[in-house]
Design a protein around this ligand. Structure first.
Ligand SMILES: N[C@@H](CCC(=O)N[C@@H](CS)C(=O)NCC(=O)O)C(=O)O
Length: 367
């Protein structure tokens, strides 16, 4: 139902904002799926939605205009003829995103509204707040550990779904929609209808969202830079090599003589990277041995450590790297043990993420 209002909207005050919507889209939206508008700040769903609509109308229908003034606690939508649309309820906003707007491609594919389809497993589709899709591999464990650390300090809550990457569940459409790279882990922030791929970006996203007191990152720009250096170093120069060691020693389907070059190459690169971290931790060039990768003095445990530890602690997994090889890295070995002692690290690598112990978390094809 629509209401007539005075010609001038009385509440277009300082706290108001205006948006312009393409009128026929707006007509469909408001008649079928009422839109709630709030006076809350710019990260509210309705404001973001409004911004999206503004982009649409500017591009396609520059002349069509709907005013959406928001002031104080009033929640009112106006069109150009000052016709007032009644106020609406929050639950309609999500429904709106998933139906009329999305199906008409008014929102670009990257936008949040496209997170789920009917194919998305129900526990993920109906998840609220933060949701992790994982398997307890080194990459999965990075995010599992940080979430457990955040829970220990802030009581952070999230849901977990475990998939079996052996069945290629991560290559299905429902998953690629969340992470086009088709790999775990993925974090979904349902509060913002936003998904995050790539472990380092996920760690950064989570500390930004949850770690208000900076337990796992830094406020000082130089310390923060150091954190990023080691986070990126491992992401770009550590995991890819160690991942190839695992591949060429454990999985590659070729006769051993054909694998030798790749095996030697990636094993040596991995050991070289371990050596880089050993130099840093030993204080060889600074005179200051360190306990952790980033931070002044001996450093502070942070997402730089969390981003690399789950891989490095598994140095023996492929069978390629021997105890004797590792003797060259005494500081690295102590760092592995130091971090392994943390309760949240034990939780993040433990039974809570073992699909055989938590079958209720399993989604998708099992085997
Ligand atoms: N660069 C990615 C790598 C993620 C990744 O490789 N995940 C592995 C598990 S450790 C995976 O999903 N593999 C399945 C596949 O390759 O299809 C990240 O840091 O998130």
């Amino acid at each position: 139902m629509w209401y007539k209002t005075p010609r001038t909207a009385p509440h277009l005050g300082r706290s108001s904002f205006q948006i312009y919507l393409q009128s026929s889209a707006c007509m469909r939206i408001t008649s079928k799926h009422p839109l709630q508008l709030t006076s809350r700040p710019s990260n509210s769903p309705s404001f973001r939605f409004s911004q999206q609509c503004r982009g649409i109308s500017n591009r396609i229908y520059p002349k069509a205009a709907w005013f959406v003034p928001v002031a104080g606690t009033r929640r009112i939508v106006y069109n150009t003829r000052n016709t007032e649309i009644p106020t609406f309820f929050p639950s309609t906003v999500n429904r709106l995103r998933h139906t009329s707007i999305q199906s008409r491609n008014y929102i670009t594919p990257n936008m949040a509204s496209n997170l789920y389809t009917d194919e998305t497993p129900e526990p993920i589709r109906s998840s609220k707040g933060l949701h992790l899709i994982t398997q307890s591999t080194p990459n999965g464990q990075k995010v599992q550990i940080l979430l457990e650390e955040l829970k220990a300090i802030y009581g952070t809550e999230w849901g977990t779904s475990i998939i079996n990457i052996g069945t290629n569940e991560q290559k299905k459409d429902w998953f690629l929609r969340l992470n086009p790279n088709g790999r775990i882990p993925v974090i979904i922030d349902n509060d913002k209808s936003f998904s995050v791929m790539e472990t380092s970006a996920e760690l950064l996203y989570l500390v930004e969202r949850e770690d208000k007191d900076h337990h796992f990152d830094f406020t000082d720009p130089l310390e923060k830079s150091q954190l990023l250096q080691w986070l990126y170093f491992w992401h770009g120069s550590g995991a890819p090599y160690q991942g190839q060691v695992n591949h060429f020693f454990k999985y590659a389907p070729a006769p051993p003589e054909q694998l030798q070059y790749a095996q030697t190459r990636f094993k040596n690169e991995t050991l070289r990277v371990f050596g880089v971290i050993e130099i840093h931790l030993s204080g060889k060039y600074t005179g200051q041995p360190r306990e952790y990768l980033a931070g002044n003095g001996t450093g502070k445990y942070s997402i730089a450590d969390i981003g690399s530890w789950p891989w490095i602690k598994g140095w023996g997994w492929s069978g390629a790297i021997t105890k004797q090889d590792m003797e060259a890295f005494p500081h690295l070995l102590k760092w592995i043990d130091r971090i392994a002692e943390r309760p949240a690290v034990k939780l993040g690598t433990g039974d809570a993420y073992d699909a055989s112990k938590r079958p209720e978390l399993y989604v998708g094809e099992k085997r």
